[in-house]
Ligand binder design. Sequence first.
Ligand SMILES: Nc1nc2c(ncn2[C@@H]2O[C@H](COP(=O)(O)OP(=O)(O)OP(=O)(O)O)[C@@H](O)[C@H]2O)c(=O)[nH]1
Ligand SMILES: [Mg+2]
Ligand SMILES: [Zn+2]
Length: 321
Amino acid sequence: MSKETKATGRVVKSTGSWYQVELPKTGETIQARIRGKFRLGGKKLTNPVAVGDWVEMNIDTAENTGMIINILERKNFVVRQSPRQKHHLHLMAANIDLALLIVTVVEPKLKQGFIDRFLLLTEPRDIPVLICFNKCDLYSEEDLLIAEYLSSLYREIGYDSLIVSATKKIKTDQLKLKLKGKTTLVTGQSGVGKSTLLNTLQSGLNIKTGDLSDYTGKGQHTTTFAELHKLDENTHIIDTPGIKTLSYNNLEVMDVTHNFREFFQVSDRCRFNNCSHRNEPGCAVKEAVEKGSISELRYQNYLIILDEIEDQNYWERHTDY
Ligand SMILES: Nc1nc2c(ncn2[C@@H]2O[C@H](COP(=O)(O)OP(=O)(O)OP(=O)(O)O)[C@@H](O)[C@H]2O)c(=O)[nH]1
Ligand SMILES: [Mg+2]
Ligand SMILES: [Zn+2]
């Protein structure tokens, strides 16, 4: 007969149906599962439990496996449309202090709007974001100007930013300092150097990284599951698989309007209080764009996202699945 005990631990890796849960006292990891279907805001979740979650389990002491019976209340979480099932949501991580968005101007080229699209995932929950331009050792003079331009643009609206090189260890000490004492979600397009950067920050992590040639082809992912790594007693980082595209199945127009933070700051001066900042008269956001105090680039990306959401929501309401 097998015996059961109860324990609480933190999810450090999720591989589909199994979760690796670390027990805080011993550091031992238990393989655990969860039963049932889970939803968030009316949408099905592909993964009910996220890396970073604290969970209660019943542990079968003979098998040394766990059954998750409760997910403790989350401080916050980052959720996106599932990359595989467009009507589902996917939890990227839970209980984080910082989101580290890694981008690069070259190899792979930065997709227009990618940074703004990502910020819509963190902004509703007030999660601080550090935007890191990696691979600066490869930048031409013009690439560097682009990185510097974008870096100061985001800094002006309140997002921290750094230009670094993981392989040449440029500004990586500064980056390490910014992560100290925090749990950080590390994310970005595939091949930008997330895992390489983490290996640079901590020798001995030995996270698998990709060959550059992998990314010129079909862009396969080297990191396939989110995993929490410990840098020191109080510092943790969650490495995640690369993002190919970011679409939204859980946003309304007003969610976008409210979460472009510098737009929101001036929007109380718009004539209409539900102004979408497109064609409405007396719009303070459009005025700020014309004056140059709001970035034209951010505004163009905003318009693209709004159109896309309106289109998608229209078809969802007018199609039977
Ligand atoms: N020149 C240069 N190459 C880098 C730098 N950082 C990473 N790379 C290279 O970029 C490639 C991809 O690095 P990874 O760390 O596997 O990228 P990733 O973001 O973890 O990719 P996924 O796990 O697929 O999401 C590897 O060949 C790295 O050596 C850098 O600062 N400079
Ligand atoms: Mg990786
Ligand atoms: Zn307006």
